[in-house]
Design a protein around this ligand. Structure first.
Ligand code: NAD
Ligand code: UDP
Length: 326
């Protein structure tokens, strides 16, 4: 569905890493945006660059409760804790936002005959026994393990989105996002890129979990946002993978971070968390075919582009610590 510039766009999870970049991209295209967030894992600092923008409104609210932001032409549903440390801390809340929250966002799209795009995840594939993962693979998920609060919330959300499409005719889209990184990734949320960048800049050991041979595929944020905007304007209702198919072991990723930061940090091995997937790599042939999309930014370049942000996060944290002491 083409998004009209005369109608506002709702972004839930707007103060988060991805939500804030999405708001910024939509504003740059000339849209008006209403961002909604309960600030459970997001930060107002992520929206600082948008604060002077007259076409941007922010509403602090929990989408697990019904909410109303007036008429909107499109809904992007990005609200949910996303890092393993965050959803371990916010287990029930993660299940609630993936069920009640997704329902409330879908009801808004239905009420206003608006388009809807939901941020799903490669985590729907669990610890996959198909490699690379394509969209027709149903996944291998532990429904009761420590990651289940996130994985099953996301899988339930996908089912609910498909039901609103099939039963209520809502123009829905599902993006399965693979590990994404870049500026505004929360420095303390425990994800691998933020941990390694901060550890390298501080000269601390890089904490590699397990033997570091597990793989991930890392997408730079601008590539992801481009793919998401293309999907939102397509006629595809079934899930589409968006991610960078370049696959790295975690140990290789640590070495890339050391090279980009020029750090002399050492590697320290720590236990692998339970149910940590052994491999992750998107098959992006569907996105290429349907959306003409593929990522442009390789890991080394993306880390270079992220470095100034991580440096300034540390400088700010240092300033706060010093002013706290004085
Ligand atoms: P994030 O934690 O930075 O952002 C999520 C935002 O949602 C936060 O600002 C948080 O405060 C908000 N939120 C959480 N619960 C809420 C609630 N009940 N009501 C209102 N707001 C709420 O995470 P992110 O990396 O930006 O992820 C955004 C979305 O993309 C999530 O849905 C996540 O599952 C999905 N995703 C991200 C990645 C990735 O690599 N970054 C990968 C797969 C999927
Ligand atoms: N990881 C690691 N050290 C860290 C943080 C994460 O070795 O300090 C590993 C983690 O065990 C996983 C991978 O890096 O195998 C990606 O972890 P992340 O939390 O970023 O995302 P996930 O893909 O697991 O959701």
């Amino acid at each position: 569905m083409e998004i009209s510039r005369t109608q506002s766009i709702l972004v839930t999870g707007a103060a988060g890493f991805l939500g804030s970049h999405l708001c910024q991209a939509l504003l740059a295209e000339g849209h008006s945006v209403v961002g909604v967030d309960n600030l459970s894992t997001g930060r107002m600092a992520n929206l600082a660059e948008l604060s002077g923008e007259s076409r941007f409104d922010f509403v602090e609210t929990d989408i697990c409760q019904p909410f109303d932001v007036g008429k909107v032409g499109y809904v992007f549903n990005f609200a949910s804790p996303a890092s393993p440390a965050d959803y371990a801390r916010l287990g029930p809340e993660t299940l609630y936002v993936g069920s009640y929250g997704t329902r409330h966002a879908l009801e808004i799209a239905r009420r206003h005959a608006a388009g809807f795009l939901h941020a799903s995840t490669s985590e729907c594939y669990g610890d996959p026994d198909v490699h690379p993962q394509n969209e027709s693979y149903w996944g291998r998920v532990n429904p009761i393990g420590p990651r289940s609060v996130y994985d099953e919330a996301k899988r339930f959300s996908e089912a609910l989105v498909m039901a609103f499409h099939r039963y209520h005719g809502v123009d829905t889209h599902l993006v399965r996002i693979f590990n994404t990184y870049g500026p505004r990734l929360q420095p303390t949320d425990g994800r691998v890129i933020s941990n390694f960048m901060i550890q390298a800049l501080l000269g601390e050991d890089l904490t590699v979990y397990g033997d570091g041979r597990q793989t991930r595929s890392f997408c730079f944020v601008s590539d992801l946002i481009d793919g998401i905007l293309r999907l939102s304007r397509s006629s595809e209702h079934l899930p589409v993978n968006i991610g960078n198919p370049e696959e790295w072991t975690i140990l290789e990723c640590a070495r890339e971070v050391l090279a980009v930061t020029g750090s002399q940090s050492k590697i320290r091995y720590e236990p692998l968390p339970q149910d940590d997937p052994m491999q992750r790599c998107p098959d992006i042939s569907k996105a290429k075919r349907l959306l003409g999309w593929e990522p442009k930014i390789a890991l080394r370049r993306g880390l270079e582009l992220s470095l100034p942000y991580f440096r300034s996060s540390l400088a700010q944290a240092g300033r706060h610590a010093r002013s706290g002491q004085s």
